[in-house]
Design a protein around this ligand. Structure first.
Ligand code: PLP
Length: 387
């Protein structure tokens, strides 16, 4: 078995070997600037064009609707601030309470600058109330931003349905697709999604490259001013090796998604069943009907997620917890809190997120180690139930 059992793929993924191979020439010999007039640069430009086509193919979009950025966070910021600057008379954004901070903190900053932000809640399984969302749309609403899949629980939102609602009111619809792209099929041609963010490092490309899909005709102000790159929509010399890598990663995702998803989902289900049957007082968080195939978010009552992580780490097992360190104190995840998960259970939540590189042997190893870890921590826990 490998030294590291990596089950934290919603945080970041291993760069695929095929992707490294594809990008290496652009770090070594093919270092031309894609905007240069000479053939040396022009050849690089052609490959960037091909990568744009590869990304577009995965999304079911046109290549000219793909704008390369540096990461998912930049794509989210560009979408939100770019739309608001194009609709100066509309001052409201409708979003959800469970977005990634790339959207939530951007919106909260806008609130400080006089915008109105409407955050829709979720139920105990992390599902959105679509009717409530519909009620919040009004003539002052510039845009709706709802993530396609949640990074913590894997819950998938009906974004195509929400995009229709927004379209009917003439409102721009953005989705943070960072966790969805490469994990579930997406066909933007068949949808009313206007803007979609994705991030290379979540689908086996390296960090430092992302995309904002911009449907033709969508009004979007420029966020990063500079040169004429990306059809004048985003200044800055392109991250060529990253873009080539992302193109190849999208191609691989497209080729293998159906088969990989079946295998990854079977591993995730085995992991979940194995843990639930051997550890008492634990449960799965999220919408188990509509969920990414790779994500398992499990709450262990009476213990802290961080302690579980530390003990898992001793076996080389990488996962993540549902708490975030805010101003020096551990705060339970805003996503689990929005779902109404009790404080102690939210504190004791662990997210395992799998990828094509996980094996059944690794799943068995984690299932074998978990009961002793949980027992050991519960023995020390001040919260544990007395029998
Ligand atoms: N949106 C979601 C749903 C994410 O999970 C992440 C990263 O975890 C981001 C946005 C930010 O992406 P990046 O790390 O590329 O900035």
């Amino acid at each position: 078995m490998k030294n590291v059992i990596y089950m934290d793929n919603n945080a970041t993924t291993q760069v695929a070997e095929e992707v490294i191979e594809a990008m290496l020439p652009y770090l070594r010999d093919k270092y031309g600037n894609p905007s240069s007039m000479h053939t040396f640069g022009g050849q690089v430009g052609k490959q960037v064009k091909q990568a744009r086509q590869q990304v577009a193919a995965l999304l079911g979009s046109e290549p000219d609707e793909i704008m390369f950025t540096s990461c998912g966070t930049e794509s989210d910021n560009t979408a939100i601030k770019g739309v608001l600057s194009s609709y100066p008379n509309r001052r409201k954004v409708v979003t959800t309470r469970v977005e990634h901070p790339a959207v939530l903190t951007t919106c909260r900053d806008l609130e400080r600058h006089g915008y109105s932000i409407s955050e829709i809640g979720v139920d105990g399984q992390g599902r959105l109330d679509i009717d409530e969302l519909g009620f919040r749309l009004d003539d002052n609403t510039a845009m709706v931003s709802v993530m396609w899949a949640n990074n913590e629980t894997g819950s998938i939102f009906p974004v195509e349905q929400i995009a229709e609602l927004a379209k009917a009111r003439g409102i721009v619809f953005h989705t943070d697709g960072v966790q969805a792209v490469g994990k579930i099929p997406i066909n933007l041609k068949e949808s009313s999604v206007d803007l979609l963010s994705l991030s290379g490092h979540k689908l086996h490309a390296p960090k430092g490259v992302g995309v904002l899909y911009v449907r033709r005709g969508t009004r979007l102000g420029t966020f990063i001013h500079g040169g004429h790159q990306e059809s004048g929509r985003r200044g800055g010399t392109e991250n060529v090796p990253g873009i080539i890598a992302l193109g190849r990663a999208c191609e691989l995702a497209m080729q293998n998604m159906a088969e990989e998803n079946t295998r990854i989902k079977a591993l995730r289900d085995k992991l979940e069943k194995g843990i639930l049957s051997s550890c008492p007082d634990c449960f799965v968080n999220g919408d188990t009907e509509n969920r990414l195939p790779n994500t398992a978010n499990i709450s262990f009552e009476f213990i802290e997620g961080e302690s579980v992580l530390m003990l898992l780490d001793q076996f080389g097992i990488c996962a993540s917890s549902g708490s975030a360190c805010t101003s020096g104190a551990l705060e339970p995840s805003h996503v689990l809190r929005a779902m109404g998960v009790p404080f102690t259970a939210a504190h004791g939540s662990i997210r395992f997120s799998l990828s094509r590189y996980n094996t059944e042997e690794e799943i068995d190893f984690v299932i074998e180690k978990m009961p002793a870890i949980v027992d050991r921590l519960r023995e020390l826990s001040p919260f544990v139930k007395t029998q």
